[in-house]
Design a protein around this ligand. Structure first.
Ligand code: ADP
Length: 296
């Protein structure tokens, strides 16, 4: 049986049973962070992976869920592509990728990596639901979810199923073009009732390691301007670091390979700042767990 068939077989209960399982699983997760971006290539997956590692290095138990169905890149960034999934017949165990950090990725279910994944909205909803309720996440301080770019079925399914407290981190680059996409992303969160932790500006300037001069390669301040304009918090800037690309290819993230670098320090600060945001994590957040229909 393929991993996908295994997952489907595990999740063949009635709707009520599924909802019950989902509630039980989500009740053991204290906080959820949904990482979104208006478009691809802005560094969303890199941010999700580094943020998860930063949170776990601060002593939190972290689960990382990669639902980027069309381009799951977290396993590459964390060096665990093609990991085998283990099931106990009741649930699937997430892959332990680091100390205090487990991962579940759509990548682990796709046999042939060159196949394009063509799934309709309801199938995406179903698979995301199964990732949430059939994976043995255990007790977590954080579940970090890496969504595909845009505002399609996957982020909507995540927002509907993930429970509360949850908050979205919207990743952008500084130039105006990316900022326009992020505007849509923020509106999406508002419509989907997903609280917004804030906007993170990635690839925000380059500091020359030789001379220390800062250059704004992609313009500057777009993320901050947008935050002000849309009245959402600005979470900070991650500078360009060419080593991020090499790290991703080598299966280790910058947080681990170059913890002293300004970008790694920025991820660490981001993790700290998010953790301290009491407005996001108070018990008062509504919990619209499931019972909604899958998108058609
Ligand atoms: P997305 O998930 O938004 O599609 P990725 O996280 O896959 O984007 O990043 C796209 C590319 O940009 C990758 O090659 C990644 O290594 C690189 N990258 C991301 N953030 C930075 C950064 N701050 N500095 C340099 N390269 C980066």
């Amino acid at each position: 049986m393929s991993h996908h068939e295994q997952l489907v077989a595990i999740g063949s209960d009635s709707k009520e049973q599924e909802e019950h399982r989902l509630r039980e699983r989500m009740a053991r997760i204290r906080r959820r962070l949904v990482v979104l971006s208006g478009k691809g290539g802005v560094g969303k997956s890199t941010a999700a992976a580094n943020l998860a590692v930063a949170l776990s290095s601060r002593g939190h138990r972290v689960g990382l869920l990669d639902v980027d169905i069309h381009g799951p890149s977290i396993p590459t960034i964390l060096g665990c592509q093609g990991s085998s999934l283990i099931s106990d017949g009741q649930s699937i165990l997430p892959v332990e990728v680091r100390h205090r950090l487990t991962l579940m990725s759509i990548d682990f279910l796709i046999g042939n990596k060159t196949d394009a994944v063509i799934w309709r909205g309801p199938m995406k909803f179903k698979v995301i639901q199964q990732f949430l309720c059939d994976v043995a996440w255990g007790d977590l301080d954080y579940l970090v979810v890496d969504c595909p770019p845009g505002t399609g079925d996957e982020p909507l399914s995540v927002a509907q199923l993930i429970g509360r407290p949850a908050a979205a981190v919207v990743v952008t680059t500084p130039q105006e073009l990316a900022v326009a996409d992020v505007r849509r992303c923020i509106t999406f969160c508002q419509k989907a009732d997903l609280p917004i932790a804030g906007v993170l500006e990635n690839m925000s300037g380059y500091v020359c390691p030789q001379c220390g001069i800062h250059t704004d390669l992609f313009g500057s301040g777009g993320g901050e301007r947008l935050s002000q304009e849309m009245s959402v918090p600005f979470l900070g800037r991650i500078p360009i670091d060419p080593r991020i690309v090499g790290c991703g290819d080598a299966g280790s993230c910058l947080m681990e390979a170059h913890p002293e670098s300004p970008a790694a320090q920025s991820y660490l600060m981001l993790a700290g700042r998010l953790h301290e945001r009491e407005d996001l994590w108070s018990e008062g957040q509504a919990a619209p767990l499931t019972s909604r229909e899958a998108p058609r």
